[in-house]
Design a protein around this ligand. Sequence first.
Ligand code: NAP
Length: 521
Amino acid sequence: MTYLAVPISAPNPDQAADQITAAVAAGAEMLELRADYLESLSVDMVENLVARVKNEPRHPTPIIVTCRDKRQGGAISYPVQLRVDVLIGALKAGAEFVDFEYENFLNTRNQERIRRALSLSSKGRLILSAHNFQGKFENISNLHRRILTVCPSAIPKLVHTANHIDDCFEALDLLQRTSGERIVFCMGQAGLVSRILAKKLGSFVTFASIDEQTATAPGQLTIRQLKDLYRYDSIDPETQLFGVIADPVGHSLSPAIHNACFAKMNMNRLYLPLLVQGGQDKFDFFMRSALLRKWLQFRGFSVTIPHKENALRFVRQSGGFIEPLAEKIGAANTLIITTDGRLKAYNTDYAGALDAITAGMGIAGPDLSGLSVAVIGAGGVARAIVAGLTDARAKIKIYNRTVKKAQRLAEDFACEFAGLDELPRLDSKLVVNCTSIGMHPNIDELPLPDGCLTKDMTVFDTVYNPAETLLLKQAKQVGCRTISGLDMFINQALAQFKLFTGAALNRDLAQHAISACLTGP
Ligand code: NAP
């Protein structure tokens, strides 16, 4: 069993009581009273709060009480004597768990006092914790062993900051290799997935906050995100994993769309946001690490900015299968891992984009022949769109910040190319933004200078978050026809879902999941 614990991080008992009510109402399975957040802290204050939780018949929620040392992430600096008094008081008041720093437990006086209080408590248990806010522990397995040697009945809690998603693997390995009660996950944006996977791998507790304001550690998800977006309640050891590999990844609507569809179709699958920072070497390392750990049960990946070309190279070097279309485009946006560990690469952007363009312009594929098109950008998505429009015999000119990349793409598909400085002389009938400019959170940016658009143009922005970018707003003002990146996004997700599961994705459901995200809080 993995408890979903919600930290109570209030400056006074009244606000703490409000947070307790909100946490229980949101579905907290355990509370973590962070006494170090309470101003003018006293033992009575903590005892009363614990008693309040224990005496509330509607909230029989187990509670952890901790008064964290400032050096291990505590909010207010309190002397160790008072911090130990608080834990002893919490045990007397009926708290099921007290959490003390392993480092401070090594002090004989602290250890004696806590052991005595535990021996007098009928049900109180000790969590011995170690936090590293800078990065990985030198040797997490050793630390786990050392904690259990000092106190075999304690629940070890080992939490470190992941500076890169690859830093999560050691924490996940520890969960996989050990059994019994232990709490292991990573902090930071790069560690976010470990908080979700903690349930699959049987960590005793994972933490989520009531809302963003009450979060007590970097990368902590809210209880709603964990339950509604990441299917927390249905995760178990057999859950198969999927995810989008990207940097940045926070803007991606893929987790919302795929998880909503997995839930609707009752599939024991989970789709994660996988922040893989760095170039080809980092992409390769992440893939090798994920594939090596078969017990994680990764079955497929969506791949987006900036890794689509890296994905294709990785599959080629691994001797996997590459569909001819992805090979021709030179980029893959979908990777499948078969049950025997083989890799397959596909590209669903090509068809997704062409369908969005023809539907948006109200024409059929053959009508694209001879159409003059300006493609801004020369990355993975541009490659798919240029390949599709070349097959449709459109006349394409590629504009890119890095002119060499535009030239390479233009040579591959026999098109024209230019630098962004030529955009003011644009005279194409279809303009496609394939850069990330205008994407959330930089929604006030434009990929081309003012005055380039005329009303006889159609403007297609592949950026889909926000659904209506500044570029599309300006194009509408000029009188252009516009096509949103959302149309392409849903098309490519439909095809991807089919590759992931063999099942058809419900378009209305996908649209609904996306709308909820784009209009949500
Ligand atoms: P990518 O391979 O990293 O390529 C990014 C492109 O954007 C490159 O051409 C890059 O130019 C250009 N760029 C980035 N920042 C720029 C800046 N500040 N000024 C000028 N140019 C800049 O990424 P991708 O996978 O092609 O994705 C690009 C966009 O497509 C993303 O925003 C994504 O949201 C969108 N997309 C949409 C869908 C959909 O279904 N609607 C699917 C996939 C992607 P350099 O070559 O000079 O670096």
